[in-house]
Design a binder for this molecule. Structure first.
Ligand SMILES: NC(=O)c1ccc[n+]([C@@H]2O[C@H](COP(=O)([O-])OP(=O)(O)OC[C@H]3O[C@@H](n4cnc5c(N)ncnc54)[C@H](O)[C@@H]3O)[C@@H](O)[C@H]2O)c1
Length: 360
């Protein structure tokens, strides 16, 4: 209780701030990280961001403040630098949990520079885990990926579907990370939830934050938006001879804000069930398979804009079809995707237009 005084409201506010649960968010200025930081703030948690800006921009921090009215603490550090990471924990007593987004994520690039991928994605993980142990933080949420499943024999993929041997170095870092986390968590010093994301798309409804690919986008949606706005001449659809209804690949696209909310639920679950968890895995998707051509036509229809495309040959490493069973996350994390395909394509387009205006 605060003593009533002239500055009583201020004291209360300060105390409130001091009592917020601190969550370290590595990679918190990236695509999924920035949306998650917004949701954490809006649900009363206190994110502390570490991001080396290798694949993000500092202005995203201003945008987070614009959306939430609160500017999170930010450290422009490489998480592979363990001394810097220790500084963050020393300066912010009582960090309870970490959401670890920081990683390199381009599948194709990972085949060209595998050592960089193994170093960044694994050394960063080990550093975070060792530092958390030193500072008694024991709740961990990991950014895993549907890529660990490869092409499942049965769809939808559920958390018990067997993992296929990774075809890329990127996929291999996610499988290795899951393995490390399961074994470390089994010692009792760590509680971990690995979230296997399907295909995040869309952007915040404010159009203030969204996906910011550097160079030629690897993912479908930013390629679609950049083509629609005229930066790319046309979209290449990689193969229309798959065994799917329209011949193009099928994925489970999820709105990034839904994905961000799943992290808030995961943190709250870890913080409130600390004694009963060691390691668990959850699919985070919508449960619906959507083809590449369905994305293109939904985009054109909702946004009233053309996306010129050609059919190219299949791309190495692409699986034919994958979508998630999310019933485990529905039941245990009390989380369910809310946004529709229309929301995804509309928000992605609004973000692209707003971003291009800002950079003109
Ligand atoms: N976007 C997807 O399609 C997708 C799908 C499945 C899993 N994931 C995983 O989710 C996580 C976040 O993905 P995203 O799409 O937001 O990527 P992103 O590149 O937008 O965000 C990653 C952030 O981490 C930062 N970062 C990278 N290496 C760092 C380091 N060593 N130290 C500090 N910061 C560092 C980058 O600057 C960037 O801001 C990644 O682990 C990725 O593998 C992404």
């Amino acid at each position: 209780m605060c003593k009533p005084q002239k500055s009583g409201i201020l004291v209360l506010e300060k105390q409130n701030l001091m009592n917020k649960t601190k969550i370290l968010v590595t990679g918190g200025l990236g695509f999924i990280g920035s949306h998650t930081v917004v949701e954490l703030i809006q649900s009363g948690l206190e994110p502390i961001i570490v991001d080396d800006l290798s694949n993000s921009e500092l202005f995203i921090l201003d945008r987070i403040e614009q959306i939430t009215g609160s500017r999170p603490k930010f450290y422009p550090y490489d998480v592979c630098d363990s001394d810097k990471l220790k500084t963050v924990f020393s300066e912010n007593k009582n960090i309870k949990a970490c959401i670890h987004f920081a990683a390199k994520k381009a599948v194709g690039e990972s085949m060209k520079i595998p050592l960089v991928y193994y170093r960044t994605n694994l050394v960063s993980l080990l550093n975070v885990l060792e530092t958390m142990k030193e500072f008694n933080a024991d709740c961990f949420v990991f950014s895993s990926s549907a890529t660990v499943y490869g092409q499942p024999e049965h769809l939808p993929a559920n958390e018990s579907s067997p993992l296929q041997k990774a075809t890329s170095s990127y996929g291999s870092t996610k499988q290795m990370a899951e393995d490390i986390l399961e074994k470390v968590s089994a010692t009792g010093s760590l509680k971990t939830l690995s979230l296997r994301y399907f295909n995040p798309v869309g952007a915040h409804q404010s159009a203030l934050i969204g996906e910011l690919p550097k160079g030629i986008p690897n993912n479908l949606m930013p390629f679609v938006t950049q083509t629609a706005i005229g930066i790319r001449e046309k979209l290449t659809v990689f193969g229309n001879d798959y065994n799917t209804p329209d011949g193009t690949c099928i994925r489970d696209y999820i709105h990034v804000v839904d994905l961000a909310k799943a992290h808030v639920n995961a943190c709250n679950y870890l913080l409130t069930h600390a004694d009963s968890i060691s390691y668990d895995v959850f699919n985070i998707g919508t449960g619906k398979g959507i083809s590449v051509l369905e994305i293109v036509s939904a985009f054109e229809e909702v946004n009233k804009v053309k996306v010129p495309y050609i059919i190219g040959s299949r791309r190495d490493g692409d699986v034919e079809s994958i979508y998630a069973s999310c019933s485990k996350a529905n039941q245990i994390l009390k989380w369910e995707a809310q946004y529709t395909l229309e929301d995804m394509v509309k928000d992605a387009w609004n973000w692209e237009k707003a971003y291009r205006k800002h950079t003109k």
